[in-house]
Design a binder for this molecule. Structure first.
Ligand code: C2E
Ligand code: CA
Ligand code: CA
Length: 686
């Protein structure tokens, strides 16, 4: 066995090293080239193995040898007692020799330990000690007069052989050399003792020789065995490591989004639960930020799915790169929606993170010229929410809040950030219930329409009815549109409800000829939604109603400047013959620019102006507004006529169209009675 094998064998025999191999496979593998296949098969470099072993065994091996030496020397000194009893005439000299050897040997060993010398030096000290210890006893003992006893006592020399081969954990060659030295010394010493009978001599020589052969053989076997154990341990460690690596790879795979490489929904959900637990137990706040790629469907449709995938990959990686240094995680939450989770300290930090996300994606300058909203690059809308002391005991809630914020970001023109506002009264628990009810409202017959007449004040004819939505909760509690319409807009339920209302007005009023014309209130969100005009034309076709019988009332609550989507939609609707009315004129912030932007047919002046008209300044204001609209050549309808005085005022101002409780309250379809009125009349009570 060469020196390398000896090292390996010794490595295996070192409990410290073997257990490290078994328990800490990563430590082994960083140092050793054992990536593939079995150790035997790869023929692991002996030199590498040796280097690694030498660095690993170091102090542990030295300490083990040191303790063995201490123990051996104690036994060696105790044998001084045997000297005194068996060969008393020379025992003073042998005992002195024993002490001298023990002290010197310990001094050397301690020097080796203190110098942190490699283990080969402690091994050498041991080997030399064994030889010197034998000499240290033999030389002073030879002159004894009690030769008979000494002759038998000499057999103990084989103990030294055994310690070299079996007791100390020396290299095979060193231990064999040491026991060979003992053998030679023994043979030499025979020349200095009184001659033995030839038979006796033969017994001595044979005993020593067979002892040498036997212990060397056992030593060799032992070393081989240790080597195998070592190899097995290495291999086991290697396999353990491989299995662990496979396990890790599998886990990574199961937590990674296949397309973008960021965390997938599964991983996100787990992280969310962890964050939530930390929030519940340690009050560690965190933010959930939803990031949605604007007009992604358009991008996909126009540039193709491959480009769409590439877009998502680029967005994911820019988010990952930007947010990783900030300790925020990125996951894919759905098609083109990502979620960012991060521990935060408060509102400002969440907003700052949102802005980082928004500008990082904008900074990609990924061309997207299909969006028709004045922007030419891919952008994202960002909705965020974060844990607050009053955020309630549910994890889903925070995601729900972020979702609502995202919705609001989208509704407000996209490429912007919205933070969920807990002080917004529209986000109370009641609204959660409303949102849930809205989802099943149509199916469960919880909604219906009421109709309010719109009258020509000059002829007294009802020229149209405005359809107004009514909804009740499951327990029958009625809700006003002021309560449920904003929730429907926020959750997107308005899209289905809005189409339902149009269809219902067509079938109930227009297809049956109950009124010549009907107006339906339409939210800006509906106008922004894809395919709205197409859905309306389908309804017209299916109900057999002409577009010219229908008017859509649009409120000016939202800034739609630059919303080319909406302009296009309105143009499409007008092409179907549908009139577009501007509702609640004067209450929004963009009234005048709206008049400039859209070719409205009729403008409905908000009832607040009518109430103010009692005062001269209010009346002047109303007159100004009327003049402004007339100058643009648009028809005027005044809402909220509650008294005969109001109607009188309309005559004075020359207003043709009016609507209000005085003329008729909103009523269900079966209460709508439309007859020509001589001048002023009601169509019934509410
Ligand atoms: P709006 O479009 O301005 O509708 C007129 C509101 O004023 C109605 O309230 C109507 O009942 C009320 N009103 C009518 N005449 C008078 C009057 O003489 N005096 C007073 N004080 N009020 C009068 P309603 O039905 O509660 O609707 C409130 C708002 O809800 C509507 O305002 C409209 O913006 C929205 N809305 C109603 N139905 C729908 C719908 O189907 N779709 C959409 N998107 N919004 C709707
Ligand atoms: Ca209206
Ligand atoms: Ca109105």
């Amino acid at each position: 066995m060469d020196r390398g094998n000896e090292d390996e064998a010794r490595a295996a025999s070192s409990p410290v090293f073997s257990s490290r191999l078994m328990n800490a496979p990563s430590g082994v593998n960083h140092a050793l080239p054992v990536e593939q296949g079995s150790l035997h098969a790869t023929g692991l470099s002996r030199a590498a193995l040796k280097r690694h072993y030498m660095s690993e065994r170091g102090t542990a091996q030295v300490q083990e040898t040191r303790h063995g030496l201490w123990l051996a020397l104690v036994v060696y000194l105790l044998f001084g007692v045997a000297d005194a009893m068996l060969i008393p005439d020379v025992s003073a000299a042998t005992i002195t020799g024993r002490f001298a050897v023990a002290i010197l040997s310990l001094i050397f060993m301690e020097i080796v330990v203190a110098a942190r010398a490699p283990s080969k030096w402690s091994d050498l000290v041991c080997a030399v000690t064994v030889v010197v210890a034998y000499l240290g006893w033999l030389i002073p003992a030879i002159p004894t007069n009690d030769f008979d006893t000494f002759r038998f006592y000499m057999y103990f020399g084989t103990i030294f052989m055994m310690s070299a081969n079996l007791f100390f954990n020396l290299f095979f060659r060193l231990s064999v050399a040491t026991s060979a030295a003992i053998l030679i010394i023994f043979f030499t010493s025979l020349a200095f003792v009184p001659p033995l009978e030839p038979n006796q001599l033969m017994v001595h020589v044979l005993f020593y020789l067979s002892c040498f052969a036997f212990t060397s053989y056992v030593n060799w076997k032992l070393n081989q065995e240790r080597f195998n154990v070592f190899l097995n341990a290495l291999e086991a460690a290697h396999q353990h490591d491989e299995a662990e690596k496979r396990g890790l790879a599998l886990e990574r795979l199961s937590n990674t989004d296949y397309l973008t490489g960021v965390e997938n929904r599964r991983a996100v959900d787990k992280r969310l639960r962890d964050y939530w637990n930390d929030w519940q137990t340690e009050a560690k706040a965190f933010a959930a930020i939803l990031v949605d790629v604007d007009f992604f469907k358009k991008y996909n449709d126009f540039y193709g799915h491959q480009a769409g995938d590439r877009c998502l990959i680029l967005v994911a990686s820019v988010l990952n790169e930007t947010l990783k240094p900030l300790n925020a995680s990125v996951g894919r939450y759905g098609g083109e929606e990502f979620i960012v989770l991060s521990r935060v300290t408060g509102r400002d930090q969440v907003m700052a993170l949102g802005e980082i996300i928004r500008s990082a994606v904008e900074g990609l300058h990924l061309v997207h010229d299909q969006r028709r909203d004045g922007q030419a690059f891919v952008t994202v809308s960002v909705g965020a929410s974060y844990t607050r002391p009053q955020s309630g005991p549910k994890l889903e809630r925070i995601i729900n809040e972020a979702d609502r914020a995202l919705y609001s970001a989208k509704a407000n023109g996209r490429n912007c950030i919205r933070l969920f506002n807990p002080n917004d009264p529209l986000t109370s628990d009641d609204n959660e219930n409303i949102a849930a009810t809205l989802r099943m409202a149509i199916k469960n017959d919880l909604v219906h329409l009421v109709y309010q007449p719109i009258q020509n004040l000059k002829t007294g004819r009802v020229e149209a009815v405005e359809s107004l939505m009514r909804m009740k909760m499951i327990d029958g509690t009625p809700l006003s549109p002021a309560q449920f319409i904003p929730v429907a807009e926020r959750t997107g339920a308005i899209l289905d409800l809005g189409l339902w209302a149009i269809r219902r007005a067509c079938t109930e009023v227009l297809a049956t000829g109950v009124a010549p014309m009907a107006s339906v209130n339409v939210s800006a969100i509906q106008l922004k939604s894809r395919g709205f005009a197409l859905a309306v034309s389908t309804i017209l076709e299916e109900t057999g109603v002409s577009g010219s019988q229908l008017a859509f009332e649009i409120t000016e609550g939202i800034d739609m400047e630059g919303q080319s989507d909406v302009i296009r939609c309105i143009t499409d609707l007008q092409a179907l013959g549908i009139r577009i009315w501007l509702d609640d004129f004067g209450t929004g912030f963009a009234g005048l620019s709206w008049l400039r932007l859209f070719p409205f047919d009729t403008v409905k002046i908000d009832r607040s102006f009518l109430q103010d008209a009692r005062r001269p300044a209010g009346r002047a204001m109303l007159e100004d507004i009327i003049r402004l609209i007339r100058n643009r050549g648009l028809k005027i309808l005044i809402e909220g006529l509650e008294t005969a005085d109001h109607v009188e005022l309309m005559h004075e101002l020359g207003i043709e169209l009016g609507q209000g409780y005085f003329l008729g309250r909103p009523v269900p379809i079966d209460e709508v009675r439309i007859k020509p009125f001589p001048r002023l009349a009601s169509v019934g009570g509410r």
